[in-house]
Design a protein around this ligand. Sequence first.
Ligand SMILES: Cc1cc2nc3c(=O)[nH]c(=O)nc-3n(C[C@H](O)[C@H](O)[C@H](O)COP(=O)(O)OP(=O)(O)OC[C@H]3O[C@@H](n4cnc5c(N)ncnc54)[C@H](O)[C@@H]3O)c2cc1C
Length: 452
Amino acid sequence: MNRPAHTGYSPTLWERLAAAPHPSDSFQSSFWHATALDGPATQRLEGEARTALAVVGGGYLGFSTALHLAEAGHEVTLLEADEPGFGASGRNTGFAVPNLLTGLDPRDVKAEFGEEKGTLLCRTLGEGAELVFELIRRHEIDCQARQAGWMQPLHTPKKAAWLDDRVEQWKALGRPVRRLSRDEAVYETGSEQYHGAFLDPTGGHLNPLAYVRGLAHAAIRHGARVFSDSRAKRLERVGDVWRIETDHGVLIADRVLLTTNATGGGLAPAAEGTQFPITLFQVATEPLDPELRKSVLPNDRCSADTRKDLIAYRWTWDNRLVTGGLLANPVGSAGRGRTHHIHRLQALLPQLPPLKVAYAWQGRLAAARDYMPRLMELGPNAWSAIACNGRGMAMTTALGRQFALWLTGGSNEGLPVPLTKPDPVLLPGLASLAFSLWLPLNRWKDAQDLKG
Ligand SMILES: Cc1cc2nc3c(=O)[nH]c(=O)nc-3n(C[C@H](O)[C@H](O)[C@H](O)COP(=O)(O)OP(=O)(O)OC[C@H]3O[C@@H](n4cnc5c(N)ncnc54)[C@H](O)[C@@H]3O)c2cc1C
């Protein structure tokens, strides 16, 4: 496919300061890109096309929605600015996590969305990883998938009561989660530094780009039309339809769902303004001695701990470790993105030999101010959905199925998120910068947790 380098995306203040390549420069430098099967052959939109429902954005959320609509026999057309999986979906750590960020438990979700909707959202998310692996099996998606469980180890004994409570809250929703003792956590993670862990055995890991490409293949097989290299640049209501303009064509749609996550490029500014973009760095090591797998994550689970500046790591099928995260100081971040997270992992797992980086890349996620998913009404029959917030694979896949049900006649009550008007944050670019600048404070708090 003939793919332009940057299709109309404007970098944030943080990225400008960073003097680092824009994430789009590193799509092809990831380990996932090097090892995923090809995506579907798609073309760009040329001339005028018509559709009952347009989905704009080809990540997990867009493709899960399109796939579930197409499977149910509905006409759907997806526009992707670049290629399927070009956004966060093709660049993440590949954890399928049926849970929310630390600090957001079912009780918090219910407090925000109300008992009924909050419970529905937690159930939807709780089943999210099961849905991911079920789709992989059903559509025979070859994406190095391992449903071996997701762990959240405790970096400090001070959080033990919180962990017990978190486990109980998810158990009350019928989820098969479990608390690991300190000994179990040390064994499962390979690190003496942990004090227990949350385990959800339905989670797991995979090649995230291969997974989203597989969803795209499946959606197309079931009749969805997909145009890549087709950034939607303008969305306007004309009579009783929506007109979506790209560089080379126009899509006329009865209904529109935007799933553009962090890189909408001003298509729906108010909706995009409800979130702030955050850049994360990722590395994959050179292949390691397979014997090390006996002492590090011996059951091939994936692990993301309870630090505010969390440490996440996993194995790949060919014995590499993948890790990554935020960087506080953007200056020179492209270089430090390669080393900082490796050093942290090495300190956590001193039994490892000196690690060498084989692949480095970066990606952007979008976070809402409360880290909750959103479904926003843009006008008659047009909506924008954001479900990312850093733990998005299970959430976006599951919400895509729910949105498809809703779009085909489901009630608003059946939606796991409220339908709202866009409620932008003040200066999302600055909010995004602030996220990195808060990091030193968060690291200081993490360090305090480790003290007696
Ligand atoms: C480095 C990193 C690590 C992460 N690790 C994990 C993890 O391990 N587990 C997890 O669950 N989550 C993780 N996340 C979050 C997860 O990747 C996201 O929640 C998820 O991929 C979001 O999916 P999405 O479909 O909403 O958005 P995206 O995948 O970002 O898709 C949006 C798509 O819309 C397209 N687009 C944008 N504007 C337009 C337009 N105007 N016209 C047409 N197309 C447009 C983009 O090109 C893009 O392909 C991570 C994120 C990052 C960045």
